[in-house]
Design a protein around this ligand. Structure first.
Ligand code: IPM
Ligand code: MG
Length: 358
C-alpha cells in the first residue's frame, strides 16, 4: 500500500504530522505501507511556480490513498486563476474523478458543551453528508468575467448530467443501506433546471432501493432543518455547491470545524482524505491547531481507502479516550479541561492508540 502525504499550507503540515504519527504507531505494530510526501498549494507554487506540480499529480495517481492537509494563504488570493492553491485541490478532485465526498457530522459526548447548540439537541448526532464533488457550478462552462456592452459580467454555469447525478445517488442509497435506511436529497428544483434534473434522476435511482426511505428538501429548507432538528437526518446527498455550504453549517452542530474529517472517493475506490477545515494561516506554526480532524481523516483512510476497519476503530477510540481524559486544543477548550498544543495532542492520541492494541 502506498500513501501519498500532501501536507500543503498553513496548519496543514502540523496537523498532518500528527496523523502521520498515528500511522507510524500502526506501522510499528506491523501494518505495512509506504508513504511518500509531495508539495501542493501555495508552498508548491513558491517552489515550482505551480500549485499542482506534475510530480504531485503523478504521485496522487500512483498512490492507493492520499492524505491531504490544507491549502491556501492570504498572499495567494490575488494570483491568477489556475495558480491559486485552491485550484490545485479542485484539479486533483477532478483529475482523479473523486466524485463522492463523505462528510460525517458526528458529535463526541465529551464535547457536547463546545457546541453552540443545546446538548439535548445534538447528543448522539450522526449525519453523513454526501457531497457531489466533480461537477456543478464549480466546473460548469461557460464561466468567466468579461465586458459586455460596457459592463463587467461574471458568469458561472450550474451543470449536471444524468450520469453524474445517478452515480452519486447510487453511492448515497448504498451508504444509507448500511446505516438507518434514510436518505434526504437536497436540491433547488423549484427554481433551477439543473436541480430539477437532479430530483428526477434521484427518484429514478430510488426505484432500485425500495428499502431506503427517500425524502427531498429544497436547500433553504434543509439549511433551516439542520439547525432546527438535526437528528431527523441519516444520510444527506446534495450537489457540489450546496454540499460545500451545508457542511460548514453542519460542522457547528459538533462544536468545532477542527473535529471534522472527510473522504473523497472515485469509482475505483481510491480516495483522498482531508480535514474539512482550511489552512487557518492566522494560527499556523504556533502549535495551537487542532490535529483531530486530520487524525480522524487518517482513520477514514484506514477504513475506506486501505481496508483496515479494525485499525480505524482503534484510532477513533483513541481520540475519544483523550477527549474523555479532558485534553483539549484551544478551539474546543471548556472550563475544567486541560489545554494542550498540536504536538501534545498528537502524542496523547498516539499513546492511547499504543495502549489499546489488541
Ligand atoms: C471545501 C473547501 C473547498 C471547496 C475550497 C477550499 C476550494 O471549502 O472543501 O469545502 O469549496 O470545495
Ligand atoms: Mg468548504
Amino acid at each position: 500500500m502506498k500513501i501519498a502525504i500532501l501536507p500543503g499550507d498553513g496548519i496543514g503540515p502540523e496537523v498532518t504530522r500528527q496523523a502521520v504519527k498515528i500511522l507510524d504507531v500502526l506501522a510499528a505494530e506491523g501494518l505495512r505501507f509506504e508513504r511518500e510526501e509531495a508539495l501542493i498549494g501555495g508552498c508548491a507554487y513558491e517552489a515550482t511556480g505551480h500549485p499542482l506540480p506534475d510530480a504531485t499529480l503523478a504521485l496522487a495517481r500512483r498512490a492507493d490513498a492520499i492524505l491531504f492537509g490544507a491549502e491556501g494563504g492570504f498572499q495567494y488570493e490575488t494570483l491568477p486563476r489556475g495558480l491559486r492553491p485552491g485550484d490545485a485541490l479542485l484539479a486533483v478532485r477532478k483529475q482523479l474523478d473523486l466524485y463522492a465526498n463523505y462528510r460525517p457530522i458526528v458529535t463526541f459526548d465529551a464535547l457536547l458543551d463546545a457546541s453552540p447548540f443545546k446538548r439535548e439537541w445534538v447528543q448522539g448526532l450522526d449525519i453523513l453528508l454526501i457531497r457531489e464533488l466533480t461537477s456543478d457550478l464549480y466546473f460548469g462552462e461557460p464561466r468567466g468575467i468579461e465586458m459586455r456592452d460596457g459592463l463587467r459580467v461574471g458568469t458561472n454555469t450550474m451543470y449536471y448530467d444524468e450520469r453524474e447525478i445517478a452515480r452519486v445517488a447510487h453511492t448515497a442509497f448504498q451508504t444509507a443501506r448500511r446505516r438507518h435506511h434514510k436518505l434526504c436529497s437536497v436540491d433547488k428544483a423549484n427554481v433551477l433546471e439543473a436541480m430539477e434534473l437532479w430530483r428526477t434522476v434521484v427518484d429514478e435511482v430510488a426505484v432500485g432501493y425500495p428499502d431506503v426511505q427517500l425524502t427531498h428538501l429544497y436547500v433553504d429548507a434543509a439549511a433551516m432543518a439542520l439547525v432546527r432538528d438535526p437528528r431527523q437526518f441519516d444520510v444527506i446527498v446534495t450537489g457540489n455547491l450546496f454540499g460545500d455550504i451545508l457542511s460548514d453549517e453542519a460542522s457547528m452542530l459538533t462544536g468545532s470545524l477542527g473535529m471534522l474529517p472527510s473522504a473523497s472517493i472515485n469509482a475505483q475506490g481510491k480516495g483522498l482524505f482531508e480535514p474539512v477545515h482550511g489552512c487557518a494561516p492566522d494560527i499556523a506554526n504556533q502549535d495551537i491547531a487542532n490535529p483531530l480532524a486530520s487524525i480522524l481523516s487518517a482513520a477514514m483512510m484506514l477504513r475506506q481507502g486501505l481496508n483496515q476497519p479494525g485499525a480505524a476503530d482503534r484510532v477513533e477510540a483513541a481520540v475519544r479516550k483523550v477527549l474523555a481524559d479532558g485534553l483539549r486544543t484551544r478551539d474546543i477548550a471548556q472550563p475544567g479541561t486541560e489545554i494542550v498544543g498540536t504536538e501534545a495532542m498528537g502524542d496523547a492520541v498516539a499513546a492511547a492508540l499504543r495502549a489499546n492494541a489488541q
